[in-house]
Design a binder for this molecule. Structure first.
Ligand code: SF4
Length: 334
């Protein structure tokens, strides 16, 4: 069983005028073959049960700028130099934040892989598709490129490319955006990672391409026994691909639940508003604007937008506690 456990992760950026906290004491975990979950009646992060009911795919959802992509990059230590990261990211008994760069690079792209946000920027335009996939085998397994081209063609075929052998010699500019996204997914799963971290894989894609990418990720998690950590603003993608969902708002987790409960009966007023913004509920916009990470509101960070705000909400930050087997950060559930 391969678990990824994020404990009290905080990310601050040193800025010219001070510091900005993008991720604030986030604790999350899930496992490759078994789920993890929060326990009843304890603050999240205090005790965890890796055989809990949440499932082996976790979506971290939230509006743009809430800190979720920063969290994803922090897990793999891909943040810029002005980031200060504290907490732990445990995987296979090791804290990824404490490994040397050499030790980490052996894991990254091998046992933990990432599908980055933007295929056009992530693929090298002057290298063939085949070269970019076989590179993974060369770096992590020491295989000669010629020896792994058959595996690269098999991956492309598995991800829906016809005439996959011929495609290997083509370049990203000869592929559509959706095809390049599939190439990135192929390169990410080449070594059958235990955890696949997909950062906004549907962002900026039209509806048809979104469906295509979701279908490929579903195929990957089904075929390779790979656990998915999906970072997305796209609730439909989260619903289709993941067994549990955590909601991030202004740098902190405000609710976590299994996917069925999340859509059936969201608890936090922000999560309820998110659900109401879905097409099936008439695209009802969420009132107010997202706070900036540089100036989060006092108390409950959602209080300026909350229709059920109470006096206590304005000054005291609610803890993330369990309610009926789910985690929620809101005074309505005390
Ligand atoms: Fe609304 Fe208060 Fe709950 Fe925050 S803690 S979501 S302001 S009711």
């Amino acid at each position: 069983m391969s678990c990824l456990e994020i404990k009290d992760l905080t990310v601050r950026f040193r800025m010219p005028g001070g510091a900005l906290t993008a991720v604030d004491q986030v604790s999350l975990s899930f496992c490759g073959s078994h789920p993890s979950a929060v326990e009843h009646d304890v603050p999240v992060g205090a005790t965890r049960d890796p055989s809990g009911p949440y499932g082996r795919s976790l979506a971290l959802v939230g509006e743009t700028g809430c800190g979720k992509s920063v969290l994803a990059l922090a897990v793999l230590r891909l943040l810029p130099q002005n980031a200060e990261v504290s907490g732990q990211v445990l995987f296979g008994g090791q804290d990824l934040l404490a490994l040397s760069e050499r030790e980490l690079s052996r894991l990254r792209g091998d046992r933990i892989a990432i599908v980055p946000q933007n295929p056009s920027l992530s693929l090298n335009p002057v290298l063939s598709i085949g070269r970019q996939i076989t590179e993974v085998y060369a770096i992590h397994r020491g295989e000669r490129r010629g020896d792994s081209s058959g595996k690269a063609a098999y991956l492309l075929q598995k991800l829906g490319f016809d005439d996959a052998g011929r495609r290997l010699s083509m370049y990203p500019s000869q592929f559509s955006e959706g095809m390049n996204q599939r190439v990135l997914i192929a390169a990410s799963v080449a070594l059958e990672p235990q955890i696949l971290l997909a950062d906004e894989p549907t962002k900026g894609l039209d509806q048809d391409l979104k469906k295509e990418v979701i279908r490929e990720l579903k195929l990957v998690t089904g075929s390779w026994d790979t656990a998915l950590f999906l970072i997305t603003h796209d609730l439909e993608a989260a619903r289709t691909l993941c067994q549990s969902i955590a909601v991030m708002y202004s740098g902190e987790i405000i609710e976590q639940a299994d996917t069925g409960s999340f859509f059936r009966e969201p608890l936090h007023p922000y999560t309820q508003a998110l659900r109401q913004s879905l097409p099936e509920n008439g695209f009802q916009p969420i009132a107010g604007i997202s706070p900036t990470l540089s100036e989060p509101p006092s108390g409950c960070r959602f209080h300026p937008r909350c229709s059920r705000v109470m006096e206590i909400c304005k000054n005291r930050r609610p803890e993330l506690l369990n309610h009926s087997g789910r985690a929620v950060r809101c005074y309505l559930y005390r």
